[in-house]
Each structure stands twice: as C-alpha cells, then as structure tokens.
Design a binder for this molecule. Sequence first.
Ligand SMILES: NC(=O)c1ccc[n+]([C@@H]2O[C@H](COP(=O)([O-])OP(=O)(O)OC[C@H]3O[C@@H](n4cnc5c(N)ncnc54)[C@H](O)[C@@H]3O)[C@@H](O)[C@H]2O)c1
Ligand SMILES: N[C@@H](CCO)C(=O)O
Ligand code: NA
Length: 440
Amino acid sequence: MNTVAAPEERRAVKVALLGCGTVGGEVARLLSEQAGELAARAGVPVELAGIAVRRPDKHPELPPELLTADAEKLVTSDEVDVVVELVGGIEPVRGWLLAALKAGKSVVTANKALLAEHSADLFEAADAAGADLYFEAAVAGAIPLLRPLRESLAGDRITRVMGIVNGTTNYILSAMDSTGAGYAETLDEASRLGYAEADPTADVDGYDAASKAAILASLAFHTRVTASDVHREGIADVTAADLGAARMLGRTVKLLAICERVTDDDGVESVSARVHPVMIPRSHQLAGVGGAFNAVYVEADAAGELMFYGQGAGGAPTASAVLGDLVAVARNLVAGGRGPRESAHAALPVRPMGQTPTRYHVSLSVADRAGVLAQVAQAFAGHGVSIAAVRQSDVGDRASLVVVTHQAPDAALQSTVDEIAKLDVVHEVVSVMRVEGEDQ
Ligand SMILES: NC(=O)c1ccc[n+]([C@@H]2O[C@H](COP(=O)([O-])OP(=O)(O)OC[C@H]3O[C@@H](n4cnc5c(N)ncnc54)[C@H](O)[C@@H]3O)[C@@H](O)[C@H]2O)c1
Ligand SMILES: N[C@@H](CCO)C(=O)O
Ligand code: NA
C-alpha cells in the first residue's frame, strides 16, 4: 500500500521500461531529456531502473547497464516502483503485469489488446496490492480521452462515444479518398511511419479499433465490455467503388468505433459497441480528420457534446500520454494516494449487432425498365425498413440506383440486402455501407 513519505525520505521513483521500440524509445528519450521538469512536476525524480527488450545487443543507443532481455525478473525487482509496458500483445505480457501488480508495482501501459481482454484481472490485482493502473496511451494516442472519461465525466451520464480511433486505417482511407492511392502502398507507408501494429492486420481488420471500443465502452458506461463483445469489420473490403459512391453523395468513408447506451421499449438498458466502415457527409467534423489523426465525440446528458482531437498514433505522441500517466503515478506515490479504480457497477448487457439500429446506403446497378424501383422498394418494405432517399440515374442500358434508409435493426438491413442481391433486375450490388450523420 502506498504511504506518504516525508520529503527527506523520498527517493527517486524507479521505472522498469518493458519494450523500447517506436513508443518505448520515445519514452526513454523524453525521460532523459526532460528529467528536471518531470521531477519538478512529479515532486520526485523519475528514473529508469532497467529496460527490457527482446535483443539488448540491438540497442547501442541505450545505457548497457540498464538493458536486459529478462522482463520477468525486472518487473518484480525490489528496486522498481513502476512498470511501463510498451511491448504489446497478450502473452507473456499479461503474466509480467500481474506479477508486477502483485508485487505492489504500479503499471502504465499502452497495450489495448491486453486491456480489452483482461482489464478486470489487472484491476483486481491492482486493488489487492493498492497499486495504480493507468493506460491513457492505449486509446487515441496522445489525446487525453481516458482520463476525461474516468475522472472529469465521472459525475455525468454518457450516452454515446463515437469516433476515429485507428490512425493506420484513417491514414489509408484518407489517402485512398484524396489521391486515389492504392491500399497496399499506403499501408506500407503507415508502417514505416510507426503507426501500424507489429502485425498490421490488427489495424486493417479492425481488431485494434475493436479493442479500443471495448475500453471506451467499459469506461464510458461503467460496465465490462471485452473485445469479443464488439462487432468488428475492417477496411480490407472498402473498394474504390465504395469511395466513388460516397463521393457521388457528398460523403466520404471512415472506420468508426461507435459505443452507445441503448434503452429498449421496456426501459431495459444495454450497450452496443461496434467498429465498421461508415459513410459520413463531407461536412461532418469527422470527415475532415486526415492522416493518422484521431477524433472522438462524447455525448453526455449534462455536458452535451464534446470532441477530442489529436495525434492518435506514432512514437512521440503516444509517449506523451505514457509520460503523463507516469507523472500521475509518481505524484500518487509521493502523496500516498491512488488513481481511479475500475468502475463497472452498471454491469450492462451487450446488445448484439443484429438488434442495433443502423442506417444503410445501398448502391445498385439495375435494369433500366419499368417496375424495377418498385421491386427494390418492396424488398425494403418486406423487412420493415423505411427508405429515406432514392436517387436514380441512367448509365447506358442500365440504371444506377442509390437507396439510403432510415434506422432499422442491422439484421433487417442485412436481410434486405441479401434479398435485393438475388433479384433478377439487379445486375450488381455496387456498394453497401452503413451511414451516420444527416444528409445536406
Ligand atoms: N506505435 C504506436 O503508434 C502506438 C500507439 C499507441 C499504442 N501503442 C501500443 O504500444 C505498444 C508498443 O508499440 P510499439 O509500436 O512501440 O511496438 P514496437 O514493435 O516498436 O516495440 C516493441 C518493443 O518490445 C520489445 N519486446 C518484444 N518482445 C519482448 C520480450 N519478449 N521481452 C522484452 N522485450 C520485448 C521489442 O524489443 C521492442 O523494443 C503496443 O501495445 C502498441 O499497441 C502503439
Ligand atoms: N496501430 C495503432 C496505434 C495507435 O494505437 C493505430 O494505427 O492507431
Ligand atoms: Na489517449
């Protein structure tokens, strides 16, 4: 348990840094370059006790006496007060962090994959030992977002969190939209710039954003949501035709994480968490978020609408969030307090995607003859889906038909699209995508 130390008894807060790659390297640099200022802000010097990397011989830039390949031993060393984990992945990191917490060390991590599956165990271990668990860098990089959710908005009732939380896919979609650049070359560039995960399929297939959505939903709604509770679709299937269809409607495509508190007709509350590509109007504030930037809207009963924007990936921006957490832990050690614990009292069920209300855009290539529109409209009506707008234009002997719906349960919309694809009069389903935001 943390205790208050008299100023003369305070020794430096000693940090074990696990991982010294894109983010860890920047944390090590800033800890050294800003040592004086960090000590002044924390009220105590913050110093490295050791750095664990996979291959110490590959790091001539780091002090050799600090380097080790044995993270397991480092995390429970008597000399260490705080473990900063920037390795990533679930095992063996989970075991290291549980051992560290059990030994009373506080933990700062950027590891969303681990938190989205095991935060309950980690919080429990932190509570048992009276240690801290901070993870601002795990969602939306440099942007202060988790601290506002955990602390500033703890007195409000959040109803929705929606935004762009993966820098790599936003970088790719922005380039595909603005320059028509190809998917593969843009992904290579995102990896080179240090935005992508070690295995970039975690980014493009939506796993990274789904982990972040689970963390956001858990914090915003005071419940437990894991990555497997989040409906996940990535951007691998987003085509030039989708972007073209969006452009025709004055829209663009973004990969969004959407977490909502939903109340059914009987007043029963649940949460819905999903990640998928979405068409949004170009006038929407999220449409202007380019490159590896992230932006997240939070809607709360009393606060109204808030927006958080900034660099969501990259070494230095992510290190900024890590260092902020490290200063918070050091201050707690000095003052003898603790940061916020897990808040999961609401224990809300997770609503399946099929029952979640969404809106669809469907772009079809159809035969240009009488009665086609009626057949398509009938398919929507048969599934109880109400149409908001229809646009038809002739393309040679075919017609292009674009339908935008009102909200309906996602399963009803999926069934409608499946039925339409089988109609003889439909030559091709050119693009199907969910939509958010009002049309102009
Ligand atoms: N790169 C970003 O923009 C970014 C942003 C936010 C969060 N994150 C998260 O930060 C973490 C680190 O990401 P990164 O981009 O810096 O990764 P990275 O691949 O650049 O670095 C990983 C580091 O971990 C070390 N490592 C791997 N296995 C190890 C082992 N068994 N023992 C000791 N050290 C080991 C490697 O030597 C390397 O130094 C991940 O959880 C990632 O999801 C990254
Ligand atoms: N790979 C992640 C890093 C930031 O969490 C991204 O592209 O957003
Ligand atoms: Na953040």
